[in-house]
Design a binder for this molecule. Sequence first.
Ligand SMILES: Cc1cc2nc3c(=O)[nH]c(=O)nc-3n(C[C@H](O)[C@H](O)[C@H](O)COP(=O)(O)OP(=O)(O)OC[C@H]3O[C@@H](n4cnc5c(N)ncnc54)[C@H](O)[C@@H]3O)c2cc1C
Length: 333
Amino acid sequence: VNGLLRPMSWLMQRHGVDADPRFRRFVDEQMLISTQSTSEHAPYLTGAMGLTYPSETYYPVGGMYVPAVQLLRHITKHGGEVKFRRRVTSVVRRPSSNEHRTSDAGRWTVTCANGETYEAQNVISSIPIWNMQHLTTERVADHYAQLSKRFNFSWSALTMYMALEQQPELPAPYIQMHLDEPIDGVDSRSLFLSMSMPGDEKKAPGGHCTVTVSTHTKGNWEQGTGNREWGMRKELVMKKMLEAIRRRMPEIDLDRMVHLEGGTPETWVKYTSRYRGFVGGIPHTTKRSMLSMPKNVTPFRGLYQIGDSAFPGQGTPAVILGAWNTVARIFAS
Ligand SMILES: Cc1cc2nc3c(=O)[nH]c(=O)nc-3n(C[C@H](O)[C@H](O)[C@H](O)COP(=O)(O)OP(=O)(O)OC[C@H]3O[C@@H](n4cnc5c(N)ncnc54)[C@H](O)[C@@H]3O)c2cc1C
Protein backbone atom coordinates (compact mmCIF):
# COMPACT_ATOMS: atom_id res chain seq x y z
CA VAL A 1 0.00 0.00 0.00
CA ASN A 2 2.91 2.33 0.79
CA GLY A 3 3.96 2.02 -2.84
CA LEU A 4 0.63 3.48 -3.94
CA LEU A 5 0.70 6.34 -1.44
CA ARG A 6 4.32 7.51 -1.68
CA PRO A 7 5.68 9.14 -4.82
CA MET A 8 8.72 7.99 -6.78
CA SER A 9 10.56 11.19 -5.71
CA TRP A 10 10.22 10.05 -2.06
CA LEU A 11 11.84 6.70 -2.88
CA MET A 12 14.63 8.39 -4.85
CA GLN A 13 15.35 10.74 -1.95
CA ARG A 14 15.34 7.86 0.49
CA HIS A 15 17.96 6.03 -1.54
CA GLY A 16 20.00 9.18 -2.21
CA VAL A 17 19.58 9.10 -6.00
CA ASP A 18 17.72 12.39 -6.40
CA ALA A 19 20.66 14.81 -6.56
CA ASP A 20 21.51 14.67 -10.27
CA PRO A 21 19.00 16.82 -12.22
CA ARG A 22 19.70 14.88 -15.43
CA PHE A 23 18.85 11.59 -13.74
CA ARG A 24 15.71 13.12 -12.19
CA ARG A 25 14.68 14.33 -15.61
CA PHE A 26 15.30 10.92 -17.14
CA VAL A 27 13.08 9.33 -14.46
CA ASP A 28 10.42 12.03 -14.96
CA GLU A 29 10.23 11.39 -18.69
CA GLN A 30 10.08 7.63 -18.10
CA MET A 31 7.28 8.15 -15.56
CA LEU A 32 5.37 10.38 -17.93
CA ILE A 33 5.24 7.88 -20.79
CA SER A 34 4.37 4.98 -18.49
CA THR A 35 2.34 6.30 -15.51
CA GLN A 36 1.33 9.64 -17.15
CA SER A 37 2.72 11.53 -14.09
CA THR A 38 6.17 12.79 -13.15
CA SER A 39 8.16 11.40 -10.19
CA GLU A 40 6.73 13.97 -7.78
CA HIS A 41 3.21 12.54 -8.26
CA ALA A 42 3.65 8.99 -9.62
CA PRO A 43 3.22 6.29 -6.94
CA TYR A 44 6.49 4.40 -6.67
CA LEU A 45 4.83 1.00 -7.17
CA THR A 46 3.39 1.80 -10.60
CA GLY A 47 6.44 4.02 -11.18
CA ALA A 48 8.78 1.06 -10.66
CA MET A 49 6.90 -0.87 -13.35
CA GLY A 50 7.06 2.19 -15.58
CA LEU A 51 10.83 2.46 -15.21
CA THR A 52 11.24 -0.84 -17.03
CA TYR A 53 9.45 0.48 -20.13
CA PRO A 54 10.08 -0.31 -22.99
CA SER A 55 11.99 -3.46 -22.02
CA GLU A 56 9.80 -6.53 -22.51
CA THR A 57 7.78 -4.54 -25.03
CA TYR A 58 7.12 -6.94 -27.86
CA TYR A 59 7.61 -5.78 -31.43
CA PRO A 60 4.54 -6.79 -33.48
CA VAL A 61 5.80 -7.63 -36.98
CA GLY A 62 3.55 -5.69 -39.37
CA GLY A 63 2.56 -3.10 -36.75
CA MET A 64 -0.16 -2.81 -34.09
CA TYR A 65 -2.71 -3.71 -36.76
CA VAL A 66 -1.52 -7.34 -36.63
CA PRO A 67 -2.40 -8.15 -32.98
CA ALA A 68 -5.78 -6.49 -33.61
CA VAL A 69 -6.40 -8.80 -36.58
CA GLN A 70 -5.34 -11.81 -34.47
CA LEU A 71 -7.84 -10.79 -31.81
CA LEU A 72 -10.53 -10.42 -34.46
CA ARG A 73 -9.79 -13.92 -35.82
CA HIS A 74 -9.92 -15.38 -32.31
CA ILE A 75 -13.31 -13.78 -31.66
CA THR A 76 -14.86 -14.93 -34.95
CA LYS A 77 -13.40 -18.43 -34.57
CA HIS A 78 -15.20 -18.74 -31.24
CA GLY A 79 -18.56 -17.62 -32.60
CA GLY A 80 -18.29 -13.92 -31.81
CA GLU A 81 -19.11 -11.16 -34.25
CA VAL A 82 -17.23 -7.89 -34.69
CA LYS A 83 -19.02 -4.98 -36.33
CA PHE A 84 -17.04 -2.08 -37.70
CA ARG A 85 -17.92 1.52 -38.43
CA ARG A 86 -20.74 1.76 -35.92
CA ARG A 87 -20.76 4.86 -33.77
CA VAL A 88 -22.68 4.31 -30.55
CA THR A 89 -25.04 7.21 -29.93
CA SER A 90 -26.75 5.95 -26.76
CA VAL A 91 -26.56 3.28 -24.09
CA VAL A 92 -29.88 3.22 -22.26
CA ARG A 93 -31.41 0.84 -19.77
CA ARG A 94 -34.90 -0.35 -20.60
CA PRO A 95 -37.16 -0.28 -17.54
CA SER A 96 -37.76 -3.73 -16.09
CA SER A 97 -41.26 -5.17 -16.48
CA ASN A 98 -40.67 -7.45 -13.51
CA GLU A 99 -41.81 -5.64 -10.36
CA HIS A 100 -39.76 -7.88 -8.10
CA ARG A 101 -36.48 -6.89 -9.64
CA THR A 102 -34.71 -3.69 -8.79
CA SER A 103 -35.12 -0.73 -11.11
CA ASP A 104 -31.56 -1.39 -12.28
CA ALA A 105 -32.46 -4.82 -13.62
CA GLY A 106 -33.77 -3.96 -17.12
CA ARG A 107 -32.00 -4.91 -20.31
CA TRP A 108 -29.74 -2.43 -22.07
CA THR A 109 -30.31 -0.94 -25.49
CA VAL A 110 -27.32 0.28 -27.47
CA THR A 111 -28.18 2.50 -30.42
CA CYS A 112 -25.80 3.29 -33.27
CA ALA A 113 -25.61 6.27 -35.60
CA ASN A 114 -26.69 4.08 -38.56
CA GLY A 115 -29.98 3.35 -36.76
CA GLU A 116 -29.12 -0.18 -35.62
CA THR A 117 -30.03 -1.13 -32.07
CA TYR A 118 -28.70 -3.97 -29.94
CA GLU A 119 -30.25 -5.32 -26.76
CA ALA A 120 -28.42 -7.22 -24.06
CA GLN A 121 -28.50 -8.12 -20.40
CA ASN A 122 -24.84 -7.15 -20.07
CA VAL A 123 -23.03 -4.31 -21.82
CA ILE A 124 -19.29 -3.77 -21.44
CA SER A 125 -18.27 -0.30 -22.51
CA SER A 126 -14.72 0.48 -23.57
CA ILE A 127 -15.80 3.98 -24.58
CA PRO A 128 -14.11 6.40 -22.14
CA ILE A 129 -16.03 7.74 -19.13
CA TRP A 130 -15.87 11.29 -20.51
CA ASN A 131 -17.82 10.17 -23.61
CA MET A 132 -20.17 7.89 -21.68
CA GLN A 133 -21.72 10.81 -19.80
CA HIS A 134 -23.06 12.04 -23.16
CA LEU A 135 -24.30 8.62 -24.33
CA THR A 136 -26.30 7.72 -21.24
CA THR A 137 -29.32 9.21 -19.49
CA GLU A 138 -30.67 9.94 -16.00
CA ARG A 139 -28.83 8.26 -13.09
CA VAL A 140 -26.33 6.59 -15.38
CA ALA A 141 -25.42 9.91 -16.99
CA ASP A 142 -25.14 11.48 -13.51
CA HIS A 143 -22.76 8.71 -12.48
CA TYR A 144 -20.50 9.28 -15.50
CA ALA A 145 -20.73 13.06 -15.08
CA GLN A 146 -19.51 12.69 -11.49
CA LEU A 147 -16.64 10.46 -12.56
CA SER A 148 -15.72 12.88 -15.36
CA LYS A 149 -15.68 15.75 -12.88
CA ARG A 150 -13.50 13.80 -10.46
CA PHE A 151 -11.09 12.54 -13.13
CA ASN A 152 -11.09 15.66 -15.25
CA PHE A 153 -7.63 15.41 -16.72
CA SER A 154 -6.02 13.13 -19.25
CA TRP A 155 -3.12 13.75 -21.58
CA SER A 156 -3.49 13.98 -25.29
CA ALA A 157 -0.73 13.29 -27.81
CA LEU A 158 1.05 14.96 -30.68
CA THR A 159 2.30 12.51 -33.26
CA MET A 160 4.28 12.38 -36.48
CA TYR A 161 4.30 9.44 -38.86
CA MET A 162 7.25 9.31 -41.24
CA ALA A 163 8.74 7.01 -43.82
CA LEU A 164 12.46 7.15 -44.54
CA GLU A 165 14.39 5.78 -47.47
CA GLN A 166 16.94 4.65 -44.93
CA GLN A 167 17.39 2.11 -42.13
CA PRO A 168 18.97 4.10 -39.27
CA GLU A 169 21.54 2.25 -37.17
CA LEU A 170 20.16 2.53 -33.65
CA PRO A 171 20.59 0.34 -30.54
CA ALA A 172 16.84 -0.28 -30.18
CA PRO A 173 13.61 0.24 -32.14
CA TYR A 174 12.30 2.45 -29.28
CA ILE A 175 14.12 5.67 -28.44
CA GLN A 176 13.27 8.34 -25.88
CA MET A 177 14.87 11.52 -27.14
CA HIS A 178 15.24 14.30 -24.56
CA LEU A 179 14.61 17.79 -25.87
CA ASP A 180 17.41 20.32 -25.55
CA GLU A 181 14.92 23.18 -25.72
CA PRO A 182 11.18 23.32 -25.01
CA ILE A 183 8.70 23.29 -27.89
CA ASP A 184 5.58 25.42 -27.61
CA GLY A 185 2.57 23.07 -27.54
CA VAL A 186 4.63 20.07 -26.34
CA ASP A 187 4.02 19.54 -22.62
CA SER A 188 6.73 16.97 -22.00
CA ARG A 189 10.47 17.33 -22.40
CA SER A 190 11.05 14.34 -24.64
CA LEU A 191 9.91 12.73 -27.88
CA PHE A 192 9.33 9.00 -28.15
CA LEU A 193 10.36 7.36 -31.42
CA SER A 194 9.27 3.88 -32.52
CA MET A 195 11.00 2.50 -35.60
CA SER A 196 10.14 -0.41 -37.87
CA MET A 197 12.70 -3.20 -37.58
CA PRO A 198 14.91 -4.18 -40.51
CA GLY A 199 13.26 -7.07 -42.35
CA ASP A 200 9.70 -6.12 -41.36
CA GLU A 201 8.60 -5.73 -44.96
CA LYS A 202 4.94 -5.59 -43.96
CA LYS A 203 5.66 -2.18 -42.43
CA ALA A 204 8.28 -0.88 -44.83
CA PRO A 205 9.82 -2.23 -48.05
CA GLY A 206 13.53 -3.10 -48.10
CA GLY A 207 15.83 -0.14 -47.47
CA HIS A 208 12.96 1.86 -45.97
CA CYS A 209 11.83 2.41 -42.40
CA THR A 210 8.79 3.90 -40.68
CA VAL A 211 9.17 6.15 -37.65
CA THR A 212 6.33 7.11 -35.31
CA VAL A 213 7.09 10.07 -33.07
CA SER A 214 4.83 10.86 -30.12
CA THR A 215 4.81 13.24 -27.20
CA HIS A 216 2.44 14.64 -24.57
CA THR A 217 0.23 17.66 -25.02
CA LYS A 218 -2.72 19.02 -23.11
CA GLY A 219 -5.96 18.46 -24.97
CA ASN A 220 -6.88 22.09 -25.57
CA TRP A 221 -6.17 22.15 -29.27
CA GLU A 222 -9.77 21.95 -30.34
CA GLN A 223 -10.19 25.69 -29.88
CA GLY A 224 -10.06 27.04 -33.39
CA THR A 225 -10.40 23.64 -35.04
CA GLY A 226 -10.11 23.71 -38.78
CA ASN A 227 -9.17 27.35 -38.98
CA ARG A 228 -5.96 28.75 -40.36
CA GLU A 229 -4.42 29.51 -36.97
CA TRP A 230 -4.86 25.90 -35.84
CA GLY A 231 -3.31 24.57 -39.05
CA MET A 232 -0.35 26.90 -38.63
CA ARG A 233 0.14 25.78 -35.04
CA LYS A 234 0.31 22.16 -36.14
CA GLU A 235 2.82 22.98 -38.90
CA LEU A 236 4.96 24.95 -36.46
CA VAL A 237 5.10 22.28 -33.78
CA MET A 238 5.92 19.60 -36.39
CA LYS A 239 8.70 21.80 -37.77
CA LYS A 240 10.17 22.21 -34.26
CA MET A 241 9.96 18.47 -33.58
CA LEU A 242 11.74 17.72 -36.86
CA GLU A 243 14.42 20.31 -36.08
CA ALA A 244 14.98 18.70 -32.67
CA ILE A 245 15.37 15.25 -34.29
CA ARG A 246 17.79 16.67 -36.85
CA ARG A 247 19.88 18.29 -34.07
CA ARG A 248 19.81 15.41 -31.59
CA MET A 249 19.72 12.27 -33.72
CA PRO A 250 22.20 12.34 -36.59
CA GLU A 251 21.42 8.63 -37.16
CA ILE A 252 18.12 9.70 -38.73
CA ASP A 253 18.64 11.31 -42.12
CA LEU A 254 15.63 13.57 -42.56
CA ASP A 255 16.77 14.46 -46.08
CA ARG A 256 15.71 10.92 -46.98
CA MET A 257 12.20 11.33 -45.59
CA VAL A 258 9.67 10.31 -48.25
CA HIS A 259 6.45 10.68 -46.26
CA LEU A 260 5.27 12.78 -43.30
CA GLU A 261 1.93 13.18 -41.53
CA GLY A 262 1.10 14.76 -38.20
CA GLY A 263 -1.56 14.28 -35.55
CA THR A 264 -2.92 16.58 -32.83
CA PRO A 265 -5.63 16.13 -30.17
CA GLU A 266 -8.10 17.12 -32.86
CA THR A 267 -6.92 14.21 -35.00
CA TRP A 268 -7.69 11.82 -32.14
CA VAL A 269 -11.14 13.36 -31.79
CA LYS A 270 -11.74 12.98 -35.52
CA TYR A 271 -10.58 9.37 -35.85
CA THR A 272 -11.42 7.87 -32.44
CA SER A 273 -14.21 10.18 -31.16
CA ARG A 274 -12.41 10.30 -27.82
CA TYR A 275 -13.51 13.35 -25.80
CA ARG A 276 -11.03 16.23 -26.27
CA GLY A 277 -8.51 13.79 -27.72
CA PHE A 278 -7.85 12.36 -24.23
CA VAL A 279 -5.72 9.34 -25.14
CA GLY A 280 -3.57 9.10 -22.00
CA GLY A 281 -6.12 7.42 -19.73
CA ILE A 282 -6.19 8.45 -16.09
CA PRO A 283 -2.75 9.42 -14.77
CA HIS A 284 -1.46 7.38 -11.83
CA THR A 285 -0.93 9.75 -8.88
CA THR A 286 -0.52 9.36 -5.14
CA LYS A 287 -3.57 11.60 -4.62
CA ARG A 288 -5.72 9.35 -6.80
CA SER A 289 -4.36 5.86 -6.47
CA MET A 290 -5.15 3.03 -8.85
CA LEU A 291 -7.66 1.70 -6.30
CA SER A 292 -9.78 4.86 -6.55
CA MET A 293 -10.10 4.67 -10.35
CA PRO A 294 -13.56 4.19 -11.90
CA LYS A 295 -14.56 0.60 -11.28
CA ASN A 296 -15.16 -2.06 -13.92
CA VAL A 297 -18.47 -2.87 -12.23
CA THR A 298 -20.74 0.18 -12.38
CA PRO A 299 -23.56 0.76 -9.85
CA PHE A 300 -25.99 -0.30 -12.61
CA ARG A 301 -26.62 -3.99 -13.02
CA GLY A 302 -25.42 -5.31 -16.36
CA LEU A 303 -23.30 -2.25 -17.23
CA TYR A 304 -19.52 -2.62 -17.04
CA GLN A 305 -16.76 -0.13 -17.77
CA ILE A 306 -13.36 -1.10 -19.10
CA GLY A 307 -10.62 0.70 -21.04
CA ASP A 308 -8.00 3.23 -20.02
CA SER A 309 -10.41 5.44 -18.05
CA ALA A 310 -11.23 2.60 -15.63
CA PHE A 311 -9.33 0.29 -13.27
CA PRO A 312 -6.48 -0.71 -13.57
CA GLY A 313 -5.65 2.16 -15.93
CA GLN A 314 -3.93 2.90 -19.21
CA GLY A 315 -1.54 0.93 -21.40
CA THR A 316 -2.39 -2.10 -23.47
CA PRO A 317 -1.56 -4.73 -20.77
CA ALA A 318 -3.59 -2.88 -18.10
CA VAL A 319 -6.55 -2.40 -20.43
CA ILE A 320 -6.51 -6.09 -21.39
CA LEU A 321 -6.28 -7.10 -17.74
CA GLY A 322 -9.31 -4.94 -16.91
CA ALA A 323 -11.28 -6.52 -19.77
CA TRP A 324 -10.18 -10.03 -18.81
CA ASN A 325 -11.18 -9.59 -15.15
CA THR A 326 -14.53 -8.10 -16.11
CA VAL A 327 -15.43 -10.95 -18.45
CA ALA A 328 -14.33 -13.50 -15.82
CA ARG A 329 -16.51 -11.74 -13.26
CA ILE A 330 -19.57 -11.84 -15.54
CA PHE A 331 -19.13 -15.55 -16.30
CA ALA A 332 -18.62 -16.29 -12.60
CA SER A 333 -21.84 -14.52 -11.58
C1 LIG B 1 0.88 7.86 -28.84
C2 LIG B 1 0.54 6.71 -27.94
C3 LIG B 1 1.47 5.70 -27.73
C4 LIG B 1 1.17 4.63 -26.90
N1 LIG B 1 2.11 3.64 -26.72
C5 LIG B 1 1.82 2.58 -25.94
C6 LIG B 1 2.76 1.52 -25.76
O1 LIG B 1 3.85 1.56 -26.32
N2 LIG B 1 2.42 0.49 -24.96
C7 LIG B 1 1.21 0.43 -24.34
O2 LIG B 1 0.93 -0.54 -23.63
N3 LIG B 1 0.29 1.41 -24.48
C8 LIG B 1 0.57 2.48 -25.26
N4 LIG B 1 -0.35 3.50 -25.42
C9 LIG B 1 -1.59 3.43 -24.65
C10 LIG B 1 -2.62 2.51 -25.29
O3 LIG B 1 -2.73 2.83 -26.66
C11 LIG B 1 -3.97 2.74 -24.60
O4 LIG B 1 -3.82 2.57 -23.20
C12 LIG B 1 -5.03 1.78 -25.11
O5 LIG B 1 -5.18 1.88 -26.51
C13 LIG B 1 -6.35 2.12 -24.46
O6 LIG B 1 -7.31 1.17 -24.89
P1 LIG B 1 -8.84 1.52 -24.79
O7 LIG B 1 -9.58 0.34 -25.34
O8 LIG B 1 -9.17 2.00 -23.43
O9 LIG B 1 -9.05 2.79 -25.73
P2 LIG B 1 -8.91 2.91 -27.30
O10 LIG B 1 -7.77 2.10 -27.80
O11 LIG B 1 -8.93 4.38 -27.59
O12 LIG B 1 -10.26 2.24 -27.81
C14 LIG B 1 -11.51 2.84 -27.58
C15 LIG B 1 -12.27 2.69 -28.87
O13 LIG B 1 -13.60 3.17 -28.67
C16 LIG B 1 -13.99 3.81 -29.87
N5 LIG B 1 -15.11 4.71 -29.60
C17 LIG B 1 -15.11 5.89 -28.94
N6 LIG B 1 -16.35 6.41 -28.93
C18 LIG B 1 -17.13 5.54 -29.60
C19 LIG B 1 -18.52 5.51 -29.94
N7 LIG B 1 -19.36 6.47 -29.57
N8 LIG B 1 -19.00 4.46 -30.64
C20 LIG B 1 -18.18 3.43 -31.02
N9 LIG B 1 -16.85 3.40 -30.73
C21 LIG B 1 -16.35 4.45 -30.03
C22 LIG B 1 -12.75 4.55 -30.32
O14 LIG B 1 -12.85 4.90 -31.68
C23 LIG B 1 -11.69 3.52 -30.03
O15 LIG B 1 -11.47 2.67 -31.13
C24 LIG B 1 -0.08 4.57 -26.25
C25 LIG B 1 -1.03 5.58 -26.46
C26 LIG B 1 -0.72 6.65 -27.30
C27 LIG B 1 -1.74 7.72 -27.51
